[in-house]
Write a new protein. Structure first.
Length: 195
């Protein structure tokens, strides 16, 4: 069973991160199964909970893949197309011939493996939930590190999402190189944006 999910689709700034996880149910130890019972949608865990799950997923998974797509790529190809391509790429890295690929919420287009869209999948499938954790932790770590390179937008706390503080920082400082120019947001409406 392979599952995929992404993090950062709805953010104003930063990359899109897609992850895929393959679990071989016959290879999972009892300890792995117990550890994985805590999996749920990554947004249902706090930062510390996701950080605890991250190495457990890596240890239990037969294969993992993390695919990162940069801001300018998102702007040039479009968010939806970038998201589908990143999820397909991640799944293609972990899928085996006999694997069923599960994606949270929608199909990602043909890529040579059987797939199923699972609505609410990050709360219904361990493989999707595990991918959700890998994507979210990876992206949040990147954005927290980005705070040092791009101070002033509070990326360490908002990780690129539209919070009142982030919108105020945009109004005060303009946009950073990590902001998506193609993102239609009220946070950008008063700013002169040069493509």
């Amino acid at each position: 069973m392979a599952g995929a999910d992404e993090a950062g689709r709805g953010s104003l700034a930063g990359p899109l991160v897609a992850a895929a996880v393959l679990f071989d149910l016959e290879e999972l130890t009892l300890s792995d199964r117990r550890a994985l019972t805590r999996l749920n949608d990554s947004k249902q865990h706090d930062e510390a909970g996701r950080a605890e799950l991250y190495p457990l997923v890596l240890r239990a998974a037969a294969k993992t893949a993390i695919v990162v797509r940069c801001v300018r790529g998102i702007d040039s190809r479009g968010l939806h197309n970038t998201n589908l391509e990143a999820l397909r790429t991640a799944l293609a890295c972990v899928a085996r011939e006999e694997a069923i690929c599960l994606v949270d919420g929608f199909r990602v287009g043909d890529f040579g493996f059987e797939q199923r869209a699972v609505v609410g999948g990050d709360a219904r499938s361990a493989a999707i939930a595990a991918a959700s954790v890998l994507a979210k932790v990876t992206r949040d770590r990147y954005m927290r590190d980005a705070e040092q390179r791009h101070p002033g937008w509070e990326f360490a706390t908002n990780v690129g999402y539209s919070t009142p503080e982030h919108r105020a920082a945009i109004a005060s400082n303009g946009i950073s190189p990590l902001h998506r120019l193609s993102f239609a947001s009220i946070a950008y409406q008063q700013l002169p944006l040069d493509n």
